[in-house]
Write a protein that binds this ligand. Structure first.
Ligand SMILES: Nc1ncnc2c1ncn2[C@@H]1O[C@H](COP(=O)(O)OP(=O)(O)OP(=O)(O)O)[C@@H](O)[C@H]1O
Ligand SMILES: [Mg+2]
Length: 403
């Protein structure tokens, strides 16, 4: 049987949320994209034979997608004049395998068995010369080749690439551009003289592009764009996206991969429940089960003092009433006074309340987020969000308060 006719599909193009999908735009990385594209365009029309760029940065900040997007730009602009070869060194693990991949990219049908590293490198150059094509080689996660003896071979590969023109004096002059990607935590391997000698490093690392981490605003823009590709128009609330962006910026080092995964999971959940839209509560449900979330142990609520529990209850109720991802301190304060009355607590003044909010944000780190933003004319406003489903949290608080 096909899907039920009344099923409200909103995740219309889930494939656009896969990580190997390369979108047309890269919000918040367009500057870097332009910079790389211009640099390589210049190189391919110059008389130089070799260039390399090294992209360095933390996980999930668009290094891979940026390099692939630049390759696509260049393929479009230069058409048949360049051949792109993308290799993920982490998957290949060995320099020998990396070279095999490179050959496979330029000539899928050439047999590679029985060839040495040296042979593979030469075959690669010969095929390019034969085809009269320049190359753009992307060496993703290059750092994963630097281990044990493999590190020396990796150093040798970089050396051979940067000096390839000396070995091909009789060949048609081809050009090789390299885009190497290195995770910040692997950067030190490039400075190990056992693996890479200084001249190689200098010629290889001449052009360096350091990508900064994404902040909350960056992630919001990225999520909004990716959601517009994947979801039915207007079916994803900004609050839901902002909740993901806030969580990932604050708890996950701005890793866009995690942000997109949460968006995808929340979308699937919304579809499964046939809700016809993706809102903050879907995100909270996904976050509460997310493997990267600090484990929320409901027992922990028992250790909060009673007044903070009442305050937490007020936050939950304010969020429920607003039916969104965020409430302000002012939203909470009204409900807080009523809740205090209900449980016989003396309501605190605003300054004291702000202090309690901050403490709560600290004590329930990852579960509740308190952001004091400097924006807005009317002084600083505090925005509050919760990363677990509100209904079950409320039930638990009530149970403790009523005991
Ligand atoms: N500026 C952006 N615009 C749109 N999507 C983006 C952007 N930056 C990253 N993404 C998406 O976020 C996810 C992670 O990006 P990517 O894989 O490029 O990160 P990375 O820096 O290579 O991470 P890692 O170091 O873990 O390999 C991918 O799905 C990618 O398409
Ligand atoms: Mg990557």
């Amino acid at each position: 049987m096909g899907p039920c006719l009344s099923a409200k599909r909103i995740l219309l193009r889930p494939e656009t949320l896969e990580h190997d999908f390369v979108p047309d735009d890269l919000p918040r990385r367009e500057e870097e994209r332009l910079r790389l594209r211009e640099a390589f365009m210049e190189f391919y029309s110059s008389s130089e034979l070799f260039t390399s760029w090294v992209i360095i940065g933390d996980p999930g900040i668009g290094k891979t997608v940026l390099s692939k997007r630049v390759l696509r730009d260049l393929e479009k602009n230069l058409q048949k004049r360049i051949l792109g070869a993308y290799v993920n060194c982490r998957l290949s693990r060995r320099v020998y395998m990396v070279l095999g991949e490179l050959v496979k990219h330029v000539a899928p049908s050439v047999p590679r068995r029985g060839l040495s590293r040296f042979d593979l490198f030469n075959v690669f150059l010969e095929i390019l010369s034969e085809k009269k094509r320049n190359a753009l080689i992307i060496l993703d996660e290059l750092g994963s080749l630097f281990w044990g003896q493999e590190g020396e071979k990796a150093g040798e590969l970089l050396y051979n690439l940067s000096r390839f023109s000396e070995k091909t004096a009789n060949y048609v002059k081809i050009k090789i551009g390299v885009l190497a990607i290195i995770a910040s935590h692997d950067e030190s391997s490039l400075y190990n003289p056992q693996w890479i000698d200084k001249p190689t490093r200098i010629s290889f690392m001449k052009n360096e592009l350091r990508l900064r981490r994404y902040d909350k605003d960056d992630l919001f823009e990225i999520l909004r764009y990716r959601a517009s590709l994947a979801f039915l128009n207007g079916s994803v609330s900004d609050d839901a996206l902002e909740l993901i962006a806030t969580y990932v910026a604050e708890q996950q080092g701005g890793n866009a991969r995690i942000a997109i995964d949460i968006l995808k999971d929340a979308g699937r959940l919304a579809e499964k429940r046939n809700d016809g839209f993706l809102g903050a509560e879907h995100v909270r449900l996904i976050l509460s089960r997310h493997p990267t979330m600090p484990r929320f142990d409901p027992e922990f609520l028992l250790s909060l003092d009673r007044h903070k529990l009442v305050l937490l209850l007020a936050i939950v109720r304010a969020l429920k009433r607003k039916n969104g991802g965020f409430v302000t301190r002012v939203d909470v304060e009204k409900i807080y006074r009523i809740t205090c009355e209900e449980y016989g607590e003396r309501p605190r003044r605003t300054t004291q309340l702000i202090k309690y909010l901050k403490e709560l944000g600290y004590e329930l780190r990852g579960i509740i987020q308190i952001e004091v933003s400097g924006k807005g004319q009317r002084g600083r406003s505090t925005r509050i969000s919760i990363n677990v489903p509100l209904g079950s949290l409320e039930d638990r608080i009530l149970k403790i308060l009523e005991e």
